[in-house]
Design a protein around this ligand. Structure first.
Ligand code: SF4
Length: 341
């Protein structure tokens, strides 16, 4: 697929005080993209569209260049100690995406240009933990790889973390636009993960993202560039014939991935979950979705701050976990399974 190119770009005036802000302004001027000003990246008004749905779709191709003021990193991920805030929002249209609720009425894509301040904050977090390893997740609030060909802020982060002794970086993507990241001096400190799923899930629920084959081809390139590699199989969905669907995924993954990409692999597994709010938003934005979200058929799992989610019942989640685990062990016996959640 073609790399993302915004239809409309907003700048916060303060962003132009940073080198990346200036570079991006020049870049978009040359690309002849409409440029507007916004007082704050938190309040972008007047995104075109005659109704909410059109505005939503247009917001997903709008890029806002701003300054990240909150430099306190979030801590709520199973895969890392901290979330490093490089961008917010995504151009993909995955029906199940949690950004639909976490970003609420601000689904536009934001990129932050005060990288040195973000890196200083990361350095402090690393320092606080002394000799322990500190992992940063860069894809909690966006698909960072999908926009990085424009900003290169992920590339700079990879190199920054590459220079630390105890810092580690990780992110996950559904995009194949990795070429500019291949020569980054990552020093083995970055784990590059790709999100994969059964053919049915990719085709039914992941519009606007790279195909399975494109992702695997990119994974091969990343492994060749000596990045530690991983896969997140998520969201695991119990669709018709899911056993065969996921078996087919692992067969194709094993057959397509070059042999050098199979050493030091990690797998993470996340079952599908939703909240009542998410269900409402998804049904409004993707009214024809076939995503199953029937509360009666699920188990309510209490979360932090009393905000729970609907996951599969134990009698379904158990076999799901076991089956996927068996496939991983069969096709990638040396890989490490990090968690199932
Ligand atoms: S690619 Fe990831 S971040 Fe983007 S819409 Fe899909 S799930 Fe959400």
């Amino acid at each position: 697929m073609k790399p993302f190119s915004p239809q409309l770009v907003y700048f916060e005036p303060g962003a132009l005080n940073y080198p990346l802000g200036k570079t991006l302004k020049e870049k978009f001027e040359k690309m002849d993209v409409e440029i507007r000003e916004t007082t704050s990246h938190n309040q972008v008004r007047n995104i075109p569209g005659e109704n909410d749905l059109q505005k939503y779709r247009n917001a997903k191709s709008t890029l806002v260049v701003g300054v990240r003021k909150t430099l306190k990193f979030d801590t709520s991920k199973p895969s890392a100690e901290y979330a490093i805030p490089l961008a917010t929002g995504c151009m993909g249209h995955c029906h199940y995406c949690y950004l639909q609720t976490t970003l609420g009425d601000k689904p536009y894509i934001r990129t932050y240009v005060n990288l040195d301040e973000i890196f200083d904050a990361a350095d402090k977090y690393i320092e606080e933990r002394g000799t322990e390893i500190t992992r940063f997740e860069a894809a909690c609030t966006s698909d960072i790889v999908g926009i990085d060909h424009l900003t290169h802020s992920l590339k700079k982060t990879i190199e920054h973390i590459g220079r630390t002794d105890n810092g580690r970086l990780r992110f996950v993507t559904k995009y194949n636009h990795v070429d500019h990241l291949l020569d980054a001096k990552h020093n083995g400190n970055t784990r590059f993960r790709f999100s994969v799923n059964s053919d049915h899930v990719i085709k039914s629920f992941e519009p606007g993202t790279s195909s399975f084959l494109e992702r695997i081809e990119a994974a091969g390139k990343v492994a060749k560039a000596d990045y530690p590699l991983g896969f997140i199989v998520a969201p695991l969905i119990l669709h018709d014939d899911w056993e065969k669907g996921y078996l087919d995924l692992f067969e194709r993954l094993e057959a397509t991935l070059p042999h050098y990409a199979k050493k030091d692999l990690t797998f993470e597994m996340i079952q599908h979950r939703f909240t009542k709010t998410a269900k409402r938003v998804i049904q409004k934005r993707y009214p024809k979705t076939k995503l199953e979200m029937n509360e009666e058929e699920r188990k309510y799992k209490w979360g932090r701050y009393g905000r729970g989610k609907y996951v599969y019942k134990d009698e379904e989640a158990g076999p799901l976990k076991e089956t996927i685990q068996t496939y991983i062990e069969r096709f990638f016996p040396e890989a490490k399974i990090e968690y199932f959640t």
